[in-house]
Design a protein around this ligand. Structure first.
Ligand code: NDP
Length: 321
């Protein structure tokens, strides 16, 4: 089969399109012919070596496809089923061995590119707003990178609940997308960001900041919070946040800061199917729109990573095998 392989950590150029043997499945796995593959920012952290990963390896964790073989212990799925997943290492490939425990049946009517890219970003938005800080209707929150994959989904989930969302973006086109997703106010990044957020909240600050940008936004995120506000630092698109003095959180308003990761919020099948069901259900009933901001042939994974890291993408992007 064709796949992308990384043999040394580095820039997008280390993503090589190669021929490799088909994966062999274990008794608890499914073999899936991929139809589309989700690209996520974490794939770039792993590629550079910022997150530990032995080489050589096939990148990716997310995708959708059709089951072609079922392990002996698996009863929930059959050959021919359409499934999606957000936690199967080696997903940048034409065939993927997926643990049945992380596979989700794809409802009829969900497009291939959407099925491939909705779960990882969608379940992230879901746990941020359901399980990290669950705002009350009428509360105001700040979402950084409002036109990105997670940002567009989080904005829609929040505004559907009557939460007022302020976002940040880097361009006019991204502002248009963020407003269409429901953002009440869309700001540009910058040193005085927290002052602008305070002006929009009668000087009070926001109840929560959902920050996947990291190094360049962390200080403004803290300074934008109201008393007893929560900062969910869930990513580092601009680089990791340097160590900081936890004592600062007291005088700043008894703030809470957490650094969550999706794996800990889909710890068992019940939690996974709850979050995935909510995301896919909202797509199916039309209340959640997954924007496919770009599709790339599998062989062009390098270009896809360049675009993602270069802030050229919006919404979710996918590879087609
Ligand atoms: P996005 O589609 O949001 O892409 C990243 C966006 O971040 C860019 O489009 C850009 O938007 C913004 N950005 C700001 N500064 C930079 C910079 N210096 N370099 C690159 N981008 C920058 O990606 P995803 O939706 O895939 O992921 C968003 C974040 O969420 C990532 O940090 C990712 O790691 C994190 N994440 C965390 C998870 C978790 O469980 N902890 C799970 C899933 C994702 P703009 O140009 O508008 O600023």
């Amino acid at each position: 089969m064709h796949a992308i392989q990384v043999s040394e950590h580095g820039g997008p150029e280390v993503l090589k399109y190669v021929d490799v043997p088909d994966p062999r499945i274990g008794p608890d796995q499914l073999l899936v012919d991929t139809q589309a593959i989700g690209i996520n920012f974490i794939d770039t952290y792993i590629r550079t070596g910022r997150y530990p990963q032995d080489v050589p390896y096939i990148p990716g964790a997310e995708g959708t496809g059709v089951v072609t073989e079922v392990g002996a212990n698996v009863s929930e799925f059959a050959v021919g089923d359409r499934v999606a997943w957000a936690a199967a290492p080696g997903s940048y490939a034409q065939k993927v061995a997926v643990n049945a425990a992380v596979a989700i049946a794809v409802p009829d009517g969900v497009e291939v590119a959407v099925a491939a890219s909705a779960l990882l970003q969608g379940m992230t938005a879901h746990y941020l707003i359901e399980s990290i800080y669950k705002p009350e209707p009428g509360e105001t929150v700040l979402v950084h990178a409002g036109a990105g994959g997670v940002g567009l989904i989080l904005t829609q989930l929040a505004t559907a609940r009557g939460i007022r969302v302020i976002t940040t973006v880097s361009s006019d086109d991204k502002e248009t997308l963020s407003r269409a997703a429901g953002a009440a106010e869309v700001l540009r990044y910058g040193d005085d960001l927290a002052n602008r957020v305070r002006k929009l909240t009668d000087g009070v600050g926001v109840a929560a900041v959902y920050d996947g940008v990291g190094a360049s936004t962390f200080e403004s995120s803290l300074a934008s919070l109201r008393v007893r506000g929560t900062l969910a630092l869930f990513g580092a698109a601009s680089g990791p946040v340097p160590p900081f003095d936890i004592q600062r959180l007291g005088p700043a308003g008894s703030l809470s800061v957490t650094r969550p990761t999706l794996a800990h919020y889909i710890r068992d099948r019940a939690e996974l199917t709850w979050r995935a069901g909510d995301v896919l259900g909202a797509i199916a009933d039309g209340s959640l729109n997954i924007r496919i901001g770009g599709t790339y042939p599998l062989a062009d994974a390098e270009r896809a990573h360049r675009d993602l890291e270069g802030r050229k993408t919006t919404g979710s992007i996918v590879l087609l095998p």
